[in-house]
Design a protein around this ligand. Structure first.
Ligand SMILES: [Zn+2]
Length: 371
């Protein structure tokens, strides 16, 4: 076990919730502080408010991973007699880094929307609003027969050749490779100026685009040739579709019963409901945060009820007219990410042999209360 630095933790985190999943214009990534230091304690927070920062200082945290970016609009100044300026000053003085994972964590498989769907017991869930389709490249490499197995192994380890639940997928065909090493070369086989024919294997596989660079560098390192012959082709095959929100099924119940269930499952005191309380619901769409924009996706995909936060008066009228029931438990239900991410990151860090404490913030950041 070793104490990781901030970069190592974030590298693991970004495997789970890559930055390229984020919606355009979102403010994500490292916002305050530095990652090039040992990190022994990480706190997972929904919001970075002043009392959350005080908690981080008290618990001697070096890194906060937050869902809502504390810096969303560009700062014009940092005045330490304003709340925001004071917060920045506290973080910098205490050398606490803040890393924000917003829509990329909403969209990630196993992220915020999956935690919400899980909390509500949704089954057979699908993505509600597709925003990202994984892209693949075809990688073909020519390798002497003696090294083909090793190359296939390395490609698999790099993450190439994943098709559905199958890993290490590849195809090999044998043939003859021909080359003439030039002057000043140090060929693995043959000698300068002499045409050579070698039994080679053509190994082909597919690689998710984000893993291409790493796969190529691992492959080239494992390949015996000085100059590796390989081709990368663009593919039109669509990979897994990722996106915002989830839609799935629950055992049939009335809208009123479902509203009660949302209160219990998402641990909120009250919910706002649009629709006929005696209506039967079975197909449920859920989208963490402000889901006003996407209510027609829920309707189009056949949801009986749409669970989302920050619902507006006029959007509620629109949903009502379209016959879509709404349950609004507030934006703060995204607090599920505190436990969810804690567990996920603990597992990843443990697997990597990192000795680091990861825990959720205990501060309640819901600005609303019911009286
Ligand atoms: Zn949010």
């Amino acid at each position: 076990m070793k104490i990781p630095n901030g970069h190592e933790i974030i590298q693991l985190f970004e495997k789970f919730s890559p930055k390229e999943l984020a919606m355009e214009g979102d403010k994500i990534g490292l916002q305050i502080g530095r990652l090039n230091r040992k990190v022994e304690r990480v706190m997972i927070a929904l919001d970075v408010l002043e009392n959350v920062i005080d908690e981080a200082i008290e618990k001697d945290v070096q890194l906060i991973i937050a869902h809502h970016p504390p810096i969303f609009r560009p700062l014009k100044n940092i005045l330490t007699d304003t709340v925001q300026g004071r917060m920045m000053a506290k973080l910098i003085k205490s050398d606490i880094a803040v890393y924000a994972a917003h829509t990329n964590l909403d969209i990630a498989t196993g992220g915020v929307n999956d935690w919400l769907a899980e909390a509500l017991g949704l089954e057979e869930t699908e993505v509600l609003v597709p925003t990202f389709a994984e892209k693949y490249k075809k990688l073909v490499v020519f390798v002497p027969r003696s090294h083909a197995e090793q190359i296939r192994q390395v490609l698999g380890e790099a993450g190439a050749g994943f098709i559905g639940n199958y890993s290490h997928c590849s195809f090999s065909a044998e043939g003859t490779g021909r080359f003439m090493p030039g002057a000043e070369t140090h060929p693995f086989i043959g000698q300068s100026g002499k045409l050579e024919a070698v039994d080679e294997v053509r190994v082909e596989t597919i690689v998710p685009e984000p893993l291409l660079k790493k796969t190529l560098s691992m492959m080239i390192k494992a390949h015996p040739y000085e100059e590796v012959a390989y081709d990368v082709y663009p593919l039109d095959n669509k990979g897994e579709t990722l996106g915002l929100g989830r839609i799935g099924n629950i055992p049939e119940m009335t809208l009123k019963e479902f509203a009660e269930k949302v209160k219990t499952d998402l641990e909120v005191e009250a919910v706002r409901v649009v629709g006929d309380l005696t209506a039967k619901v079975n197909k449920v769409a859920v989208l963490g945060g402000d889901g006003n924009k996407y209510f027609s996706h829920a309707k189009f995909k056949g949801a009986d009820v749409y669970v989302t936060g920050d619902f507006y008066y006029h959007t509620a009228h629109d949903a009502m007219m379209q016959g879509l029931n709404i349950v609004d438990p507030g934006h703060n239900v995204e607090k599920v990410m505190k436990q969810g991410l804690t567990k996920t990151l603990q597992k990843m860090c443990h697997g990597a042999g990192y000795e680091v404490e990861i825990f959720p913030s205990e501060v309640n950041t819901d600005p609303f209360q019911f009286v």
